[in-house]
Design a protein around this ligand. Structure first.
Ligand code: NCD
Length: 503
């Protein structure tokens, strides 16, 4: 059992084992006991001369403050930013470069929050110091899940098996429910019941993951049906900032039947949890509940300090400090997203190459994109010629250019316009390389943001192809990719998220 967290990146709760979680819960309980017996500063030698960088690209009160408090109580120091105004992010600095600057400033550990899914795995790939995910888009918030588990552990007699919990509010656009439910999936006999509008309901990819991990997930018609059957009810705020084209008024309307008010908790022994903040205008929890016996979320917030103190203690207690390395490994700009395709030697393929002997042929493109592709490849500016296939009835046109090859940015821009293009490199009149360029389909994934330069990478998670960064399952959309080709590709990629250097 690994119980040392020295130099460990904390990116996804699925990277933990059940025994590691229980170890951290015990460590969190210890921090709680120290506090309650008046020994708040008894470990304040642990992080003397150690520093925490907090990089919050999104608003935060609790997460940021609790990391800073935890670091202070362990004797360390913190610095960083809260919101991007006043930082070089306003001058279009990439995540890669900002992380490198934190390294140059000798920070020992970084906690970061960012609106893009997968941005924290990327930060961890870049950073020599360990990185903690303080929330990446609507992907994960592992330390929130750990503090939620600590709260459940303490309320439930030091036990996380057999828990039945209700989820409400917005299960679709937030990260706390995703992380908490995946965290609970490490334990036995877990039941999740939820009630919400379809639009705010549990995303199918999460229900699938939970089903595979033996968690019983039941959708109920009403909040009261959930409340009657659970010990804990975890409410969440509708994540308006992650919804497009929908007004607050419309969300208030959707939440009408699903808000928590006194009537819903009356006569029940349920504890109401919430990662906070509560939106005072939507009021997903009515103000009267704040003063009721059921309210357990402020206790939960203090448990955040204990858990983060435990985590920082475990991460920093015996590690040496790291010397800044000013160079970036080449591996950081290489993906593994080129699905190789067989090169046919038959006559039909002559049409790809008859007009060029050196160049690139792009095939299986979406129709009607000729101009856009010209633009993203900058063909006119570069003075390169290109010929599009004008074969009547051909659904997926192809395009020939006499560019030598395409850069990673060009391939990515192309795949954003026309997913899964087949790319052929022609040398001396022959196809020498042929591959399908894969790009994660999650529209909020960091690998899709051109200037961030994150190379798309996938891994094989027990038979499922997942994006290394946002960890969403990759589903092939182009029927030109055969199941056999996909299977061969999947088998050839890493089985787990290994540090980049080891690939
Ligand atoms: C949450 C977050 O940012 O994901 N807050 C938190 O960290 N306690 C939940 C939210 O903002 O709704």
């Amino acid at each position: 059992m690994q119980t040392t967290f020295s130099h460990t990146d904390i990116i996804s709760i699925t990277d933990f084992t059940a025994s590691q979680i229980l170890y951290l819960c015990e460590a969190g309980r210890h921090m709680h006991d120290l506090e309650k017996s008046g020994k708040r500063y008894s470990l304040s030698d642990t992080c003397r001369f150690r520093s925490l960088a907090s990089m919050f690209y999104e608003p935060s009160t609790r997460t940021r403050a609790s990391f800073i408090t935890a670091m202070r109580e362990l004797g360390g120091q913190s610095d960083g930013f809260s919101g991007t105004e006043g930082t070089s992010v306003m001058k279009k600095e990439t995540i890669r470069d900002t992380i490198m600057m934190m390294g140059a400033n000798h920070f020992d550990v970084i906690v970061m929050r960012h609106p893009l899914d997968g941005s924290l795995q990327w930060a961890a790939d870049i950073s020599a110091s360990p990185v903690i995910n303080g929330g990446d888009g609507k992907n994960e918030h592992p330390t929130q899940a750990l503090l939620d588990l600590l709260t459940l552990y303490m309320l439930n007699n030091n036990n996380l098996d057999g828990i039945s919990i209700g989820f409400g509010g917005d299960l679709s656009h937030g990260r706390t429910i995703r992380s908490l439910s995946l965290a609970l999936s490490h334990f036995k006999n877990i039941t999740i019941r939820w009630a919400a509008e379809d639009f705010l309901g549990m995303p199918p990819d999460l229900s699938d993951m939970l089903a595979r991990r033996n968690v019983k997930v039941v959708r109920e018609a009403a909040v009261k049906d959930v409340m009657k059957q659970v010990q804990y009810y975890y409410m969440t705020r509708p994540q308006l900032e992650r919804m497009e084209g929908i007004s607050q008024a419309r969300i208030i309307e959707m939440m009408r039947l699903y808000r928590i008010d006194l009537q819903k908790v009356e006569g029940l022994d349920v504890k109401i949890l919430h990662p906070l903040p509560v939106n005072s205008e939507i009021a997903e929890i009515d103000y009267q509940v704040f003063f009721s016996r059921a309210q357990s979320f402020f206790k939960q917030a203090e448990f955040g300090i204990f858990m983060r103190k435990a985590l920082l203690y475990e991460m920093l207690k015996d590690g040496d400090y790291i010397h800044f390395n000013d160079s970036l490994p080449q591996k950081l700009c290489e993906g593994n997203n080129r699905l190789p395709r067989r090169i046919h030697e038959d006559r039909k393929h002559d049409m790809f190459i008859d007009k060029i002997t050196e160049g690139v042929v792009l095939d299986h493109l979406k129709p009607g994109l000729r101009r856009d592709i010209d633009d993203v490849l900058g063909l006119e500016d570069k003075g390169y010629s290109c010929i599009t296939a004008a074969i009547t009835g051909k659904k997926n046109p192809f395009l020939k250019t006499n560019l030598k090859e395409l850069t990673e940015r060009e391939l990515k821009s192309l795949a954003l316009l026309s997913p899964e293009p087949t790319v052929n490199y022609i040398r001396n009149g022959k196809v020498t390389e042929k591959f399908v360029y894969l790009l994660c389909g999650n529209t909020n994934c960091i690998t899709r943001i051109i200037p961030e330069d994150v190379p798309p990478r996938f891994y094989n998670d027990e038979g499922i192809l997942r994006c290394r960064y946002c960890r969403r399952e990759y589903r092939v959309i182009n029927r030109k990719v055969s199941p056999g080709e996909l299977e061969d590709y999947r088998r050839a990629i890493p089985q787990a998220i290994l540090p980049v250097e080891q690939h």
